[in-house]
Design a protein around this ligand. Structure first.
Ligand code: ZN
Length: 219
């Protein structure tokens, strides 16, 4: 069972809720997907049942085509947000971490082609492995965070939150116009370039600035 934790492994007294995500929030990832930069934000939701602990290991769906990594800065919400402005968003954040927006890429391509929604590609059980959260008081500059994903010792994704098209508070404010965010919900803030297939047995290393570097593997 997944429960929110801080980055030192202490359980947090917040319920486990939904995960609200933004797609196409880094220009280099839009380019690698040969997508266009849209005026309107692309939001989607993963259910609470998608959440699993990132470490020490997690599993991926088998026989449904390629499962791609998308490492993203995750934001844990502490108090409800509805039609919020950016200063209300800043108040409501508990802290920051890293998550993987696991994506069944071939399923997603098929759904896109058919004009269907993305749940089968992004909302399956275990589709959101997440690490422990760093309290916001320790994160002086959330919009200047280096983060990376290494797979089997090789750099797969290296990003900085400064390169987001929509900043963290801005995108959460926009989300809250459509979806009320509740205590214990998580927001994923988009992935930089470097998405690619994961395999059973892969060893992962995820780093968030100087806050943590954690190992995981695909079981
Ligand atoms: Zn994503």
């Amino acid at each position: 069972m997944y429960q929110h934790q801080d980055y030192q492994g202490q359980p947090l007294p917040l319920p486990v809720g939904k995960v609200v995500c933004i797609g196409q929030n880094y220009q280099d990832h839009i380019a690698e997907m040969q997508s266009k930069t849209a005026e309107e934000a692309l939001f989607f939701i993963k259910p609470a049942t998608a959440l699993v602990p990132l470490s020490p290991a997690f599993s991926i769906p088998l026989a449904r085509g390629a499962v791609h990594n998308e490492v993203e800065i995750a934001v844990l919400i502490a108090t409800p947000l509805s039609h919020a402005d950016v200063s209300q968003v800043a108040e409501a954040i508990w802290g920051y971490s890293l998550a993987l927006d696991l994506t069944l890429r071939e399923v997603q391509a098929r759904l896109k082609q058919q004009g269907r929604p993305w749940e089968l590609a992004k909302g399956f059980d275990g589709a959101c492995p997440v690490a422990g959260f760093v309290p916001k008081a320790l994160v002086q500059h959330p919009q200047q965070l280096d983060f990376s994903l290494y797979v089997n010792g090789e750099a797969r994704q290296v990003g900085n939150s400064a390169n987001m098209i929509r900043g963290i508070c801005q995108l959460i404010s926009e989300m809250s116009q459509f979806f009320t965010l509740q205590a214990g919900d998580i927001v994923l803030t988009g992935t930089p370039a470097g998405v690619g297939p994961l395999q059973v047995g892969d060893k992962l290393q995820l780093q968030l600035s100087d806050f943590f570097s954690i190992s995981s593997r695909i079981a």
